[in-house]
Design a protein around this ligand. Structure first.
Ligand SMILES: [Zn+2]
Length: 69
């Protein structure tokens, strides 16, 4: 539970993951390390390398974004 800064209501945030620049960075680094082609796609499949956006379910405002790494 958190208070939405936009509509001032207490809401349970919706979370969604999105591909961030970090994801791309990991992808490039993995490729540079000489892994086989498929390996560089792993970051896109793993939430570990994605940023998580918390949104207010009522007004759809993005409240906070958590970046991994
Ligand atoms: Zn709101």
């Amino acid at each position: 539970m958190t208070q939405c800064p936009q509509c001032q209501q207490f809401v349970v945030t919706e979370t969604s993951t999105s591909i961030s620049s970090v994801t791309w960075l990991v992808c490039v680094m993995t490729a540079l390390l000489g892994c086989v082609a498929g390996c560089c796609l792993i970051p896109f499949c793993s939430n570990k390398f994605k940023s998580i956006t918390h949104r207010c379910p009522k007004c759809r405002t993005s409240i906070t974004t958590l970046k991994k790494l």
